[in-house]
Design a protein around this ligand. Sequence first.
Ligand code: ATR
Length: 282
Amino acid sequence: MSQVDRLLLAGVVGWPIMHSRSPMLHNHWFEKNSLVGRYLPLAIEPKNLEGALRGLHPLGFSGVNVTIPHKQAVIPHLDEVSIAAQKIGAVSCIHARPDGALIGSNNDAHGFIRNVKVSFPHWRADAGPITVIGAGGGSRAVCYGLLEEGAKEIRLVNRSLDKAQAIAADLGAGIKPIAWTERHEALGAAKMVVNTTSLGMVGQGALDLNLQDLSSDALVSDIVYVPLETELLKAARLRGNPTLNGLGMLLHQGPLAWKVWFGIEPQVTQELRELLEKSITG
Ligand code: ATR
């Protein structure tokens, strides 16, 4: 693309935000594509959210990613929201269009599925039951992505059963809500397990999940990426299961955002992955 008149600008809106790995990822792409641009961590207090969003276009931003705690709160301030974001109930990306309109989308589901497919090209969502642990925002995106890929049965385990039931009501009959006490048994005959809770993340408790009933060829995946290998993934790896951490989900939602912001799709390379991995492992 020709770039003569302005600095390309994007960022991530959250509160707090300085821990975010997104700037490292997106600024790497400016550099690799020889573009003059900047992706900024934007610390926006909830009370300033609307003003910040309205300022994006006048300030020259092409758009932003949205993270905790704003993923739902941005919705009333947008001019359009994609079907996927409506279904998931959260916006992860905003395009500040040249005409000033703010368009919300959710790239988390795509990022999750793309990561699985790149890492396991023969994976199929309809190969058998999938057990998803957790029913927060991350879970809604994962469940939506899995259903779009053709998953027939998602066993959705959550500590608060009502949240799993709400996802089933929103996303359809393929979702089977399961009580937290039944989580170990919910692994029987599953072809895939996904942890979408914060358990296993640095500073949080571990996910107490007995893998005894899990088939040894089931793919075990975590959307947590700090640490890169959670206790769940370690236990799965040690018993021979294929595993996948959450970093790829972050990496693979990026190109979609770039496509709407800047009209190009950057590459998720091994070099980029290693850069992020290094920042996590120190
Ligand atoms: P996100 O948007 O990142 O998914 P969230 O909406 O706060 O975050 O969801 C966090 C998930 O982790 C929820 O499924 C939550 O369970 P509840 O719905 O019962 O709150 C789950 N979670 C967090 N701490 C937990 C714990 N100690 N035990 C079990 N589940 C936990």
